[in-house]
Design a protein around this ligand. Structure first.
Ligand SMILES: [Zn+2]
Length: 277
């Protein structure tokens, strides 16, 4: 396995490994990551660290994968708060009263693609296989947000709406918010048809995200650039936004990719917590 990135580190923790943003690793009050496929017990197309319960893998194996994740990362399972994603823009504010810290299992928010919290015991988790992840941290007030932004969530501006949650629910100042976006399927691989392109055009942001092939027959989109533009539009300073340079489809041996496998695949997890053990 060859891993090369100017933006992200690869970290090995016992059996598992995960990618992290070099710029976020500087903040020692958070822990964050994007899990690789390595170190789990799932087999075949789910090999091996599959976090998805709904893609045909054995439930038993997926549960074991959560246990492996929690043991390796030193995170308690009952501190995990999961999305149940529907490619929409619903964001839930998570507080201690929402979760059962005495129980033994994780908490899941139904029909939710984004989560935000200021609780230091909670570990937020979203799920991905080409769709982008958006990490947000108010470094002054110590508040964290995490969102799943596939192309549908992106055109619904879930990233901008997550910024709004910081401002409205926690009185954050936009200049205190750091944003890291990705990994996701990259502009090298994310070809779209005109119908999808039209949805992006309606966002009213600079067209820097559109890539054309030499003969202009194919158009691809830089999903991370779109999300970057949307958070800039919401008031975040450009120098506070970091974009991953890792394409999930180009790296499908290491990361789960929906397009590379025509949908026969596992699902990975991104996580963000204020509990930096
Ligand atoms: Zn690619």
């Amino acid at each position: 396995m060859i891993f090369k990135s100017d933006i992200m580190n690869i970290n090995f923790k016992d059996a598992v490994s995960y990618l992290s943003f070099k710029e976020l690793d500087k903040y020692n009050f958070i822990k964050h990551g994007y899990m690789t496929r390595l170190g789990g017990v799932s087999e075949k197309e789910y090999k091996s660290l599959n976090f998805g319960f709904n893609n045909g893998d054995s439930k038993n194996n997926v549960e074991k994968n959560y246990d492996i994740f929690c043991n390796c990362m030193n995170i308690k399972k009952n501190n995990l708060v999961l999305t149940s994603q529907v490619h929409e823009d619903n964001i839930c504010v998570v507080s201690k009263k929402n979760i059962n810290l005495e129980g033994s299992n994780f908490t899941r928010f139904e029909s939710t693609d984004g989560l935000i919290t200021d609780n230091t015991e909670i570990c937020l988790m979203t799920f991905h296989a080409d769709c982008a992840v958006v990490y947000m941290i108010d470094i002054n007030k110590k508040i964290i947000g995490l969102a799943h932004a596939g192309w549908r969530g992106t055109v619904k501006n879930i990233a901008g709406k997550l910024v709004q949650k910081f401002l409205e629910n926690y009185n954050s100042q936009a200049q205190d918010i750091i944003v890291a976006i990705g990994p996701s399927i990259g502009p090298c691989c994310f070809e779209v048809d005109m119908e999808v392109l039209e949805k992006f055009r309606k966002l009213g942001i600079p067209k820097t995200y559109i890539h054309k092939s030499e003969n202009h027959n194919k158009i691809s989109i830089d999903l991370l650039e779109v999300n970057k533009n949307l958070v800039i539009k919401s008031g975040i300073k450009e120098e506070n936004i970091f974009k991953s340079d890792i394409c999930t489809m180009c790296n499908h041996d290491l990361l789960f990719s929906h397009r590379a496998t025509h949908g026969k695949r596992g699902t990975t997890a991104a996580f963000l917590t204020l509990n930096n053990i």
